[in-house]
Design a protein. Structure first.
Length: 321
C-alpha cells in the first residue's frame, strides 16, 4: 500500500470535491481560502495522477468527466470518514458553534418549537449560534455550499416527480423521517359537510393552494390531470398553516389541504376545523404520499455535529410519528 500511495497528496481530494460542487476553480479557491493558482495546481496533479481530464471547461462552468462522476461519491465517503476519525479523539466543545437548519414552516409551528433548548441540552453547550430559515428553492444549494447543515422538508414519493429523492443532486444524502398522506381541512359550518364526501365533492369545490418552491401544484395535480380533472385553486398562500387558518374562517368557502400529522396541533388551535380524508383511490393515494426527509451533504455523513443534529431530528419524529 505504501508503494501505491507514494507521492499522493490527499489534500488534492478536498480540492476535487470542492471543484465538483462549485464547478469553478475561482469559487473553489474562495471556499477553501486559498489562491486560484493553488487549486489549479491541485487539479493538474489530479489529471496527472488519474490520467484523465477530470473537468472540461465550458463557457460558464467546469463539467465533470464520466470518470469524475464515478470517482466523486467514493471521495466524498473517504473525506467524511477521515473527518469522523479525526473527531473521535474527544467530544468537541460545541460552545460558539454555528448550526444552520432549513425547515418547512410547519415543522417549527407544529413540532420543533423547543429545538433551540433541545440542541443546547443535547450538545451540552450554553452558547450556540443557531440559524433557522424557511425551506425555499435555494435550500439545496445552501446545503451543497455548506451554508446550512441540515434541511428538513417534504419530497414526493411518486417516481415520476421531479421532487422524488432519486432526483436529488448526487452530493446530497437523505434520510426518510416519516411518511404522510395529506388531509382536507374545512370549518365545521362548511356546506361540504352537508354533502356526501366523495371525489366529485372534492373536485367541484374551490381550493386554497400552498406555494412550495415557487409552485402551487404538486403530484396530486399531475395525477388528477392524467384522469382528466383539475383542482380549482383560487387562493394561494405560502405555507400549510396559513391555508388551515384561512379555511377555519366561518365565511370561507374554499377547502384547504395540509399534512395529516399536523392534526393534533390543528384541532387544538382551530377548534372549529374538521379533518376529511382524501377521497381518492388507493393507487393514487400511494402516489401522493409525502416523504418527510432530512437532507445533508454527503461529505457530512460522518461529521459529528451534523450527525448529532440528524439524530435529534430523527429521534424526535420517531417518537412523534
Amino acid at each position: 500500500m505504501d508503494t501505491l500511495l507514494k507521492g499522493f497528496d490527499f489534500k488534492i481530494l478536498e480540492s476535487f470535491s470542492i471543484i465538483y460542487a462549485e464547478r469553478s476553480v475561482r469559487n473553489a479557491a474562495k471556499r477553501l481560502g486559498v489562491n486560484s493558482s493553488t487549486i489549479s495546481k491541485n487539479l493538474a496533479k489530479l489529471r496527472a495522477w488519474y490520467d484523465d481530464e477530470m473537468f472540461i471547461q465550458t463557457k460558464n462552468e467546469l463539467i465533470p468527466t464520466p470518470f469524475s462522476e464515478q470517482l466523486y461519491p467514493m471521495i466524498e465517503d473517504l473525506l467524511s470518514t477521515a473527518k469522523f476519525i479525526s473527531q473521535m479523539k474527544s467530544m468537541p466543545d460545541w460552545n460558539g458553534q454555528r448550526i444552520g437548519l432549513i425547515l418547512e414552516d410547519h415543522f417549527l409551528t407544529v413540532s420543533l418549537k423547543n429545538i433551540s433548548s433541545d440542541l443546547h441540552r443535547l450538545m451540552n453547550a450554553e452558547c450556540l449560534d443557531i440559524h433557522i430559515s424557511n425551506w425555499n428553492y435555494n435550500s439545496i444549494s445552501e446545503i451543497i455550499h455548506g451554508e446550512s447543515d441540515v434541511g428538513v422538508c417534504g419530497l414526493e414519493s411518486c417516481v415520476e416527480s421531479r421532487y422524488h429523492p432519486d432526483k436529488l443532486p448526487i452530493n446530497i444524502c437523505h434520510e426518510v423521517l416519516f411518511r404522510d398522506v395529506p388531509s382536507v381541512y374545512v370549518h365545521n359550518d362548511h356546506y361540504v359537510l352537508s354533502e356526501e364526501w366523495c371525489f366529485d365533492s372534492f373536485i367541484k369545490h374551490e381550493h386554497i393552494g400552498v406555494s412550495w418552491e415557487n409552485k402551487k401544484e404538486w403530484v396530486l395535480d399531475t395525477c388528477l390531470k392524467q384522469l382528466g380533472y383539475e383542482r380549482k385553486i383560487t387562493l394561494v398562500v405560502d405555507n400549510f398553516m396559513h391555508a388551515v387558518q384561512l379555511a377555519a374562517n366561518p365565511k370561507e368557502h374554499r377547502i384547504a389541504m395540509a399534512p395529516t400529522y399536523c392534526w393534533s396541533y390543528i384541532k387544538d388551535i382551530f377548534k372549529n376545523v374538521v379533518k376529511l380524508e382524501l377521497p381518492l383511490m388507493d393507487n393514487i393515494l400511494r402516489r401522493v404520499e409525502v416523504l418527510y426527509v432530512a437532507l445533508f451533504h454527503k461529505r457530512m455523513k460522518y461529521d459529528v455535529k451534523n450527525k448529532l443534529i440528524r439524530d435529534y431530528v430523527r429521534n424526535f419524529f420517531d417518537y412523534q410519528c
